[in-house]
Write a protein that binds this ligand. Structure first.
Ligand code: HEM
Length: 493
């Protein structure tokens, strides 16, 4: 079977091609607005077989679930995840091509951030204490309209900033703007350019304001952070500074990056660029999760009672990193919310850099771009009964049952634990390295939010709908809702 990027792989059925007469640009346009339905139909029709769909930049193979484990274990030099991400986010136009040369943004989270969450959590709790008062315009005697996207962008960027750039820069308005707006301008450019054939993108890209905005935000970040990195690198090289794990001022990426960077990565401008990539990976993912969870709980308020009771029990012995692990009902709610509103329709994207034959005999040629229908898998009634219902304690019940059957081990059906049918964080060794940090931040913000505030949707409105474009799922930034400060609400932080 011969595959050239852009040609239909022989014998693999094509989905979403309403007519062979329709040109690729039209099919791509349809996919941009109907990806959920196209992928869902493909998944249901070809559950155990590969099919493919047409995008403007070529075909994508939609692999069946039975290839997930093998796919996740294929080394990156054969099935490249960073090439797929760079390709998808159009690195040439958006400044993320650095991920092809450096993996530091990934390893730094695994090696430095996650093992230090116990020290990082109290620092974030301290930062969170004043954030709602600062950004959420709420009073206890009346309902106030607010835009969740606006408020949670501020809260998420401030908490991420404390971890990314440390105590001195975490309130710097320029950094906070970069950490939110770089991602927004990047996605605006990608969303537009993905409607256009690759051959004309290099002409149209520079005509987009968002293209220049991303470059400008990257320039601002480098201007701000490079001198800080230069100074610390110099001090580290000359033995004047060493990472001190007991010093709160060292609990941030600037210190960890300087302590870890080697070779080509050991450069102030590169490290500043990595900080922007980390903001890209963390701020909006957390923000989207917070908004979806708020919507889901406002639409299903009985769960708010459940989690308040749980928070009350947990906080009686004080807050520490283990407290967040004990919020099992909240954990289940976050998982359920992510199942219904994950970041993407398809996941586990890889570009094959060499031919590969799966153990099932399915052969993938070099150049093939593959993915799995993660949203359809998680929402398959055979996997999740009544998937259209928000059942906040679905995973909690499964967790209790598996704890009984595994003689007390409590490690399954947890928000941060990917499963074959729960793929919002990816799967296997390549799964999102930031999920443990995200877990703590999300739980911390939820504790504060539901202890101290009440929420409702706008008059005569129900849960705002998600917005699907290409294969991304977003909350709509323009949606509003109402908030009131609780009279008797007292917060943990
Ligand atoms: C609820 C929030 C989040 C979700 C749903 C999420 C989801 C994902 C997914 C699906 C992947 C791709 C995994 C794969 O391809 O196998 C990923 C990768 C990644 N995530 Fe997250 N993530 C979240 C939060 C975070 C946070 C807070 C950070 C940083 C602290 C982070 C850092 C990363 C990084 C560095 C990668 C790897 C990118 C690469 O390989 O170049 N994520 N995430």
């Amino acid at each position: 079977m011969v595959y050239e990027h852009g040609c239909v792989l022989e014998k693999v059925p094509v989905i979403g091609r309403y007519s062979v007469l329709l040109p690729r640009t039209i099919l791509n346009f349809i996919y941009a607005f109907k990806s959920q339905q196209i992928i869902e139909r493909g998944y249901q029709e070809f559950k155990d077989r590969t099919c493919q769909f047409i995008r403007i930049d070529g075909q994508m193979l939609l692999l069946p679930l039975n290839l997930l484990e093998e796919l996740s274990s294929i080394p990156n030099h054969i099935a490249s995840r960073n090439k797929a991400l760079e390709h998808d986010l159009l690195g040439r136009y958006t400044g993320i091509s650095l991920i092809l040369d450096s993996r530091l943004h990934h390893t730094i989270i695994q090696r430095k951030l996650t093992p230090r969450l116990e020290q990082v959590a109290p620092v974030l709790e301290g930062e969170l204490a004043g954030l709602f008062e600062e950004y959420l315009p709420a009073s206890s005697d009346r309902w106030t309209i607010f835009q969740p996207h606006h408020v949670f962008a501020k809260i998420s960027s401030r908490l991420s900033a404390r971890m990314l750039v440390g105590p001195e820069l975490c309130r710097n308005e320029e950094w906070l703007e970069v950490s939110v707006k770089f991602t927004e301008s990047l996605f605006t450019s990608v969303a537009i350019l993905r409607f256009l054939p690759p051959c004309i993108r290099s002409f149209v890209g520079p005509l987009l304001p968002s293209y220049w905005q991303s470059r400008n935000y990257l320039r601002i970040a480098k201007g701000l952070l490079s001198p800080v990195f230069e100074k610390l690198l110099e001090e580290h090289d000359t033995g004047k500074w060493e990472l001190d794990n007991t010093n709160e001022a060292n609990l941030n990426m600037i210190a960890w990056l300087v302590d870890s960077a080697k070779g080509a990565d050991r450069d102030a401008s590169t490290l500043a660029h990595i900080e922007v990539l980390l903001a890209l990976a963390s701020v909006h993912t957390t923000l989207q999760r917070l908004i979806s969870t708020l919507y889901d709980l406002t639409a299903n308020p009985s769960y708010i009672e459940d989690i308040l009771q749980e928070i009350g029990e947990v906080q009686s012995s004080g807050w520490s990193i283990s407290s967040y692990a004990k919020l099992r009902k909240m954990d289940s709610i976050l998982r359920e919310s992510q199942r219904m509103s994950p970041p993407t329709i398809v996941g586990m994207k890889r570009i094959f850099q060499a031919p590969y034959t799966f153990t099932t005999g399915f052969h993938v040629p070099a150049g093939a771009h593959v993915c799995l229908p993660t949203f359809a898998i998680e929402n398959d009634p055979a996997v999740t009964p009544s998937p259209e219902i928000f059942d906040g304690l679905r995973s909690y019940r499964k967790r209790l049952a598996s704890k009984v059957s595994s003689h007390g081990k409590d490690q399954e059906h947890i928000f941060t634990t990917p499963e074959k049918t729960m793929l919002g964080f990816g799967f296997g060794k390549t799964a999102c390295p930031g999920r443990f940090f995200a877990d703590v931040v999300l739980k911390m913000v939820c504790v504060k939010m539901f202890q101290e505030y009440e929420f409702k949707f706008m008059e005569a409105q129900s849960r705002p709908k998600n917005f699907v474009l290409h294969d991304w799922i977003f909350t709509r930034p323009w949606d509003t809702m109402m908030v009131r400060k609780k009279n008797n609400g007292f917060g943990s932080f």
